[in-house]
Every structure is written in structure tokens, then in C-alpha cells.
Design a protein around this ligand. Structure first.
Ligand code: SF4
Length: 218
């Protein structure tokens, strides 16, 4: 079998970048707004389970813009045929992916993923802020509190969820002001706004008047 250039894989989502892709990044083919950070614990599609689940590791993915589309920014459609505008330089996952035989991609997915620390380097001023944000605003803590809503300490769990989501917004506001970050930089350094990512059928989460509100709606 061979690739029929249907483009479905490129439309569903750009590749996750691995250590092997450092040379691809060094070619400056990609801009910051084309890199999407998936933080550890953030909801992400798991091809092994075919479900959206908390990511076990931090990942950096190629994705179009800062919107909701996961389509690869280098994907181009020409009639029924799809093309890759960087075919000769495409990242490792794209080179090993064969949709008719997924063994090669399964062997590399989630392994040796590049992280923000790898890209920024130890001497970057923002790295300490990013790591502190990871510690204080961990997705894992939020999912645990959501699980706790089923028990007897619903009020405490709601307060914990609200505290983490609020702190995420406070840290962003401080860093944006202190380092004069653009929206693209903020989303790369700190990931997506947590109150937008965290979803549960029992919760209504909103952000009004600079405050995150979390309500239990059962
Ligand atoms: S880099 Fe090219 S092959 Fe890889 S997902 Fe993007 S368009 Fe498709």
C-alpha cells in the first residue's frame, strides 16, 4: 500500500515533535503561533485508546494558529489531493506514519517528546516561571478535585478547582505585564487557559470581571 494523499491525518492534527525534530526546528520553518503546547495532564487525544484523556507527558504539536483547529499549518489541499508544503523537511511522526499500518507510529508516540524546557534552554528567564506555573496550576490536581466532587467534600473540592483555575489566570496576567508577552507567547509559555480546557458535565466554569467562577450543576 502507499499514501493516497487524502490528507486526513494532516487535517486531524499536526505531528507531535520529538527530540529527533530539533533539526527541523533549527531550520526556522515554523513560527511560535504554529506550535501548540499540550501540558502534562491537559486533555488530549490518545490514539491508543481513541479517547480524549489527560496527557501523560508534556508535548509540543504543530497546529494552525491559536484557534481551535488542530489541522497542521503546512497542510494544503488541492482538489482531492493533499500536499505538505514542507514534505522534504517534515517531522519524524509524519515520516513514519502509515495509516494502513500504524505499528511504526505507535512505537514512537508519546516517547522522547520535546518540551518547553528543551526549546527554551536552562538560562531562559521564563523557564523558572513556567516550572512554577506547572507546580501551582497542575491539571492533575484539578482532575483529582473533580473526582472528589462525587464524595463528601464537594465544597472543598470546588474551592480547590476554583483556586487553581484562578491562579492560572493571575499568573498569566502577571507574566504578560512583566515580560510584555503577546497572546501567542503567553499560550506557548503557559499553555491554553485552564478554565477553557477543564470540562466536566457536573460543572459550569466561566470567567467574568477578571474572576473564574466554578459552579456545581450536578
Ligand atoms: S508536516 Fe506535512 S505531512 Fe506532517 S502533518 Fe503537516 S502537512 Fe501533514
Amino acid at each position: 500500500m502507499e499514501c493516497k494523499r487524502c490528507g486526513i491525518c494532516c487535517e486531524k492534527g499536526g505531528p507531535i515533535l520529538h527530540h529527533e525534530d530539533r533539526s527541523f526546528l533549527q531550520k526556522n520553518l515554523v513560527s511560535l503561533d504554529q506550535l501548540r503546547v499540550i501540558r502534562r495532564g491537559e486533555s488530549a487525544f490518545n490514539p491508543f485508546t481513541d479517547r480524549v484523556e489527560p496527557a501523560e507527558v508534556e508535548m509540543i504539536k504543530l497546529a494552525a494558529g491559536t484557534g481551535t483547529s488542530w489541522e497542521c499549518p503546512f497542510h494544503q489541499k488541492n482538489g482531492a489531493l493533499s500536499g505538505c508544503t514542507i514534505h522534504g523537511d517534515r517531522p519524524m511522526e509524519c515520516r513514519v506514519l502509515k495509516c494502513w499500518d500504524t505499528r511504526a507510529i505507535e512505537a514512537v508516540v508519546f516517547k522522547d517528546c520535546l518540551t518547553r524546557s528543551d526549546l527554551l534552554g536552562a538560562d531562559n528567564l521564563l523557564l523558572g516561571e513556567i516550572l512554577a506555573h506547572e507546580e501551582r496550576c497542575a491539571y492533575g490536581a484539578v482532575w483529582l478535585s473533580i473526582e472528589g466532587l462525587k464524595g463528601n467534600s464537594r465544597g472543598v473540592c470546588l474551592a480547590e478547582i476554583q483556586a487553581v483555575l484562578s491562579e492560572d489566570m493571575q499568573i498569566r496576567a502577571r507574566l504578560v505585564a512583566q515580560y510584555e508577552l503577546t497572546l501567542v507567547q503567553e499560550l506557548f509559555y503557559l499553555g491554553q487557559l485552564m478554565f477553557r480546557v477543564v470540562k466536566d458535565s457536573t460543572l459550569t466554569i466561566s470567567f467574568n470581571n477578571e474572576e473564574v467562577q466554578v459552579r456545581y450543576t450536578g
